[in-house]
Design a binder for this molecule. Sequence first.
Ligand SMILES: Nc1ncnc2c1ncn2[C@@H]1O[C@H](COP(=O)(O)OP(=O)(O)OP(=O)(O)O)[C@@H](O)[C@H]1O
Ligand SMILES: [Mg+2]
Length: 419
Amino acid sequence: MADDIVINSLLAAIEAQPESLELRLHVAELLVRAERNQEAIPHLEAVLAKEPTNITALRLAVPVFRESGDLARSVAFEQILNALQMQSAQRLIESTPPPPEEPERLRMSYDGEQPGDSDDSATSKEFDFAMERPEIDLRDVKGLAEVKERINLSFLGPLRNPELRKLYGKSLKGGLLMYGPPGCGKTFIARAIAGELGARFLTVSFADVVDMWIGSSEKNLHALFESARRNNPCVIFIDEIDALGRKRNLMRHSAGSTLINQLLSELDGAQYNNEGVYIIGATNHPWDVDVALRRPGRLDRTILVLPPDAPARAEIIAANLEERPTQNIDANWIAKETDGFSGADMAHIVETASEFALADSIRTNKVRPIDMSDMKRALKQVRPTTGTWFETAKNHAIFSNEGGYYDDLLDYLKKKRMI
Ligand SMILES: Nc1ncnc2c1ncn2[C@@H]1O[C@H](COP(=O)(O)OP(=O)(O)OP(=O)(O)O)[C@@H](O)[C@H]1O
Ligand SMILES: [Mg+2]
């Protein structure tokens, strides 16, 4: 009854403004609700003639035309509606967050021979390094209490307490070398350290650049360090630092050793002021790291970064789920089932589970939260990735533990009954 009054006044308004699609859509909705479908038809037609992809009008039109016996149009509208819904779901799936602010970049050119190039085809190319300001800190690194304590005591503590440092005659020279299985947080920790220090973060992967640098290595490496010195405080993160050691052995030319000598002289800082420049190296193959790099004053503090234990795995799950819709997730249960999984593996489980819930939401056209069934299904698909690393590392730890270099690793292997 109340609807009739509104309908009548809307119809009167439409008389006065026949062009108003808004009024027509509104009255069509009320007419359908009042089971006066037939009367809704001219209004829906008017709306769809002007806006053929109006989703509200299409939703009303599908049943109204079907019931009026106009199957052809009902089906056509339904097809358009489905296509539109799939499109918007697709857009949702494909929508990527806006790209992060463009970090400062360091451009470099290199003139070098590519492996396999003939002598006269030397190339000159440019590549660049991103300089970022990480917004994470060590609290974002889950578990690894001992690693964090060591970093705090031997690295961050002295940095933050110059008076104490002087009192103990401790110099700031030297950097960290992190090693361990893939995906367990080496890069993450390095960024978190830069975050702790409010420092810029310059990352350079030697495996990528070592070949490219042949021929212009000294120049470029020096430019990299100079840029870090200008932008201090700055963490230079040298990933895959073993690539240098490996290459030095493999390369007959002097290029490899030129590069490593240059790195050593940049590190030693005898001729340069490295104040506020912190060097952190990382490797999965510590046995390939050139020993010269590990001497005192260089990357002299070696830290083993191990897979997360069960409480840390639960925390990584929780942290990764934080901004997603969830229901009844038992992170501790998942943590118990994932011995040997790396942090990256744990993040991968959450990603996979989210994909399942998302696919379901699209299929049913109804958003549903991620639940334990998704997590369990993901758990069946994601395999731990640290095992092979430990197999290789075991041999090095047992047979070449000079200077107790692998003591931490041996302790862990024993604790885990891997030896
Ligand atoms: N302890 C941890 N706490 C929180 N997140 C972690 C942890 N370990 C790993 N992760 C997650 O896994 C991702 C991969 O880790 P990261 O890239 O730091 O591993 P990595 O040790 O550098 O591996 P690689 O040897 O392959 O370079 C991180 O971005 C982070 O999301
Ligand atoms: Mg890494």
